[in-house]
Design a protein. Sequence first.
Length: 222
Amino acid sequence: MIRAVLFDLDGTLWDRDKAFRQLVEGQYQTFPQLAAVHRPAFIGRMLELDDHGLGDKRTAYARVVSELGLESDLATLLYDSFLTEYFSFVEPFPEVLATLRWLRNRTIKLGIITNGTIAMQERKIESLGLAPLMDVVLISERESVRKPDRAIFERGLSRLGVDSAASWFVGDHPDADIRGASEAGLTAVWRRSWGQADHATHTITSLDQLIPLLIGNGLGHG
């Protein structure tokens, strides 16, 4: 019997890559210092260094500004702009809130396991309206352990009072999320992103595709 579903945050419950692209596109239009720079040279390189959220933003801006031969103080201005504007782009995928409410209405326990800083990840969760829907939230900085370490998955299961055989994990990162969850004994569901997730039991492209999978694996309609 399925008793719990846990989720990654970035790229799984909201389109983090789209948000960052929109932000840097806006920066290109806003900062006159970038006017003489070829648009793909700035935006494309920032997306590359961002690495789906894994890259350090301060370092990325400094590197791009240096590579483009621009004044070094521009890197600080761009990074400050990122910190100020980022959360205006944070919104859930269209189907996410309805899917999570569907699960809660069927007494499925829900949680988030995310890598990142407490301040950044908690603010995202609040901005997305996810906090009231979750029974547990584990953030790597607070837990002092990061995905794909199985310890963070096991800690989440322990706090929910469920075992891995009765739990699913949904994430977008082939290694941190899918391999990590699978090795911790959870059913790993890949929200298709990049690369290849060899450890995935199921693959989805939208969170609402989780519902028929759960029903097909024994979750009642009630």
